[in-house]
Every structure is written in structure tokens, then in C-alpha cells.
Design a protein around this ligand. Structure first.
Ligand code: NAP
Length: 361
């Protein structure tokens, strides 16, 4: 038996929507051999439907495709609507996700990376170490189902790194304002992505709708559940987002204004000692440490640090005083792992563990 009473001979049945994209490929890689979830079906656009996964996908991962999955036949999303799944992982564009995800959510738990429903009142915008209590927004499972129906949304990929760095500081010292400048990888733009001519030898200081996402989502994630709704944290966020010629890994240069006046060592210690419910529960995708402090003279660098904790740990460094706000520092988040498929998988594991705990499993 697995730790939460799941029967390994009957793992939870999973579908992946948008399985051929940058995030979908990460789902396929992470789900291969997962102890609790088994891929039952893959879907993408009409362009891919009817092909074997290996023929539909432009594979950009360093690990080869799992052989069983490679041979699976691709479906359109509509073809999967009447099938029974316990969980649906969505890596769809927001425009496609908007109408289709609520359809799947009637019968299964949908864990999505798309932005379409992130700010919906009844949708937890979840970073498992930061706001696990927001899962209380989901209705309990019905009709003997193992998992609740409904949508759990993964935040924007930069927002995830930001709130993981902020959470220990907000809990200990209170944050009232912050400024964040992002340096974002090209994999964040999906496939086929930005052309080499656009991004080589270049920095593009604009990413569509990205700054608004960082500014709005942060308050919801750091907010409190109050009377079945989220009371957002009142933190003023100023974001400036840049696309840079890096394959994976979003760098965040952050300045914060705090309500109290901690010593720098107290700030470092807040990151070092930070743990969340996924670590307490020992969830399969939980890194040992959600945040690590590298050092005052050691900034996180994409190529060197993005894979810490299998891409699920947020490295932080270069803490120093800020002449405008109080402190400034640099954080890094792997955008397709912690910032997308890895974060969504951890969210799904947390829902499963909480449901199993409630049913005594
Ligand atoms: P992507 O590489 O462009 O992949 C999009 C996927 O959606 C592909 O599988 C594509 O299938 C499928 N698709 C496109 N149109 C469709 C349609 N009409 N019906 C069904 N499927 C359709 O995008 P991505 O970067 O993986 O991002 C996926 C989602 O995650 C987006 O909402 C994005 O904002 C979000 N996200 C991305 C990142 C990141 O770092 N990339 C991080 C966090 C969140 P075909 O191959 O058949 O066209």
C-alpha cells in the first residue's frame, strides 16, 4: 500500500490535456512511474488527434519518452469528455481551457496551469507549501469518488517563485509593498516559442499580461480563507517582466518593504527554516526544502541552480538592504517544473493526501 491508503494496483486514472506542449511534456515525464497516478489518456488539438504520441509531439525533454506513453493514441479534448478519470492535468492555453475545464470538473478533479480560472472565487490558486488551507474552497468528494470535482489552479510560473520566496517573510515580518523585475526563460512562451532571430542577442522587456498576473495573483495566494472565500493579502506589487535568452528558469529580482524591522540574519533564517505541508506529509514530488538561501555573495544562476530539488526548490541569494524599500534579494524558479507541471503534480498529491486523511486512509 502507498502511504495514504491508495491501492497501487488501482492507481488514480489521469488524463493530460495539452500533452504535446512544453508543460504537457513535463507532465508526461513526471507521471511516468508516478506511485499514485497512471496516464490513461492524452489529448491535444485536432492537429495531433489520431497520431501516436511519439509522432504528434516535438519532444524537447532530455529524458526519452516513456515507451508505453509514446505508443498511446492522441485524442481531441472532446473525445475525452465522456470518459471517467479521477484527475485531469491541464496544460492548455487559457482560451481553450476557459470553457472545457469546467466540463471536466463536473466529474473529476482538474489541476490546471492555464490562467482562465485562476481568479475564480471557488478555485484554489495553490502553491502547496504556501496556502494548502485554500483547498477548503473545494467541495468534498461525492458519490463515493476518491477525489473532489472542481478546479485547482497553478499560479503563473513567475508568481510561484515569488510567493515561495515571500511566504516565510510575510508570515514572520509582514510585507506591505514590493517591486519585482523578472528575467524569464523562452520555454515559458510554449512551443514553438519565440523565434531564434527574436531572442538571440536580445532582451524583450514585455510579456503579454504577465505583469498583471504577478500583481493580482500574489494577493490571492497570500490571502486567508474567511467564511468560505479568500480575503486577499493587502500587498502592493509592482512587476516588470522581461524575456531573456535562457531555456528554463525564471529569475526574480525582488525588493520588499516589511511591516517590522528584522535583522538580515532573521530574514535568512526565515528562508532556511521554511517547510510546508508537502514536506510534513512526505509527498512524492515534495522537495526536501522549498527554499534554500545560497548566500549573500552567491546569487542563484539559471544554468547552475534551476534543477535544485529536481526543479522544485527555489534558491535565493544576495540579500542586502534596499535604499528604496527595506531588503532586496534574488530568487530563481524552474518555470516548467516548480512553475508548471511539477507544481501541479504536487498540488494533486496534496489533494489526494488530504482526502485520504479525511476518509481515514
Ligand atoms: P504550448 O507549448 O503552446 O502547448 C499548448 C498545448 O495545447 C499543446 O499540446 C497543443 O496541442 C494544445 N492545444 C492548442 N490548441 C488546442 C486546441 N484548440 N484544442 C486542444 N488542444 C490544443 O504551451 P505551454 O507552454 O505548454 O503552456 C500550456 C499552459 O500552461 C498555458 O496556459 C500556459 O500559459 C501555462 N503555463 C506555461 C508555463 C511554461 O513555462 N511554459 C508555465 C506555467 C503555466 P498541439 O500540439 O496539438 O497543437
Amino acid at each position: 500500500m502507498s502511504p495514504f491508503g491508495l491501492n497501487p494496483s488501482r492507481p488514480l486514472r489521469a488524463a493530460v490535456l495539452g500533452a504535446t506542449g512544453t508543460v504537457g511534456q513535463r507532465f508526461v515525464t513526471l507521471l511516468a512511474g508516478h506511485p499514485w497516478f497512471r496516464i490513461e489518456a492524452l489529448a491535444a488539438s485536432e492537429r495531433s488527434a489520431g497520431k501516436a504520441y511519439r509522432d504528434a509531439v516535438t519532444w524537447i525533454q532530455t529524458r526519452p519518452i516513456d515507451e508505453t506513453v509514446a505508443a498511446m493514441t492522441m485524442h481531441t479534448i472532446g473525445e475525452l469528455l465522456d470518459r471517467d478519470f479521477d484527475i485531469v492535468f491541464s496544460a492548455l492555453d487559457a482560451g481553450v481551457a476557459r470553457d472545457i475545464e469546467p466540463e471536466f470538473a463536473r466529474r473529476a478533479l482538474v489541476v490546471t496551469n492555464a490562467s482562465a480560472h485562476r481568479m475564480d472565487e471557488n478555485v484554489p490558486l495553490l502553491v502547496p507549501e504556501v496556502n494548502p488551507d485554500h483547498l477548503d474552497l473545494l467541495a468534498p468528494p461525492t458519490d463515493g469518488a476518491l477525489l473532489p470535482g472542481g478546479i485547482v489552479a497553478n499560479p503563473n510560473c513567475s508568481t510561484i517563485g515569488l510567493v515561495l520566496a515571500l511566504k516565510p517573510l510575510h508570515d514572520a515580518f509582514g510585507i506591505d509593498r514590493l517591486s519585482v523585475v523578472t528575467l524569464q526563460a523562452v520555454s515559458g512562451a510554449g512551443l514553438p516559442g519565440i523565434s531564434s532571430y527574436e531572442i538571440m542577442d536580445n532582451v524583450i522587456p514585455w510579456i503579454a499580461r504577465e505583469e498583471e498576473k504577478l500583481e493580482i495573483e500574489t494577493g490571492k495566494i497570500l490571502g486567508r480563507v474567511d467564511g468560505g472565500a479568500i480575503d486577499p493579502a493587502r500587498i502592493v506589487v509592482s512587476a516588470q517582466c522581461n524575456r531573456v535568452p535562457v531555456v528554463d528558469g525564471h529569475t526574480l529580482c525582488i525588493s520588499v518593504s516589511l511591516e517590522s524591522e528584522p535583522e538580515p540574519e532573521e530574514v535568512r533564517e526565515a528562508w532556511r527554516s521554511f517547510r510546508g505541508e508537502p514536506q510534513e506529509l512526505g509527498l512524492p514530488s515534495a522537495p526536501e526544502l522549498p527554499t534554500v538561501y545560497l548566500g549573500d555573495d552567491e546569487p542563484p544562476q539559471t544554468r547552475i541552480h534551476r534543477d535544485l530539488g529536481l526543479g522544485m526548490t527555489v534558491p535565493i541569494g544576495r540579500l542586502r538592504e534596499c535604499p528604496v524599500l527595506d531588503f532586496r534579494f534574488v530568487a530563481l524558479s524552474h518555470n516548467t517544473l516548480r512553475g508548471a507541471a511539477g507544481g501541479a503534480l504536487l498540488a494533486a498529491e496534496l489533494v489526494v493526501a488530504r482526502c485520504a486523511r479525511q476518509t481515514g486512509g
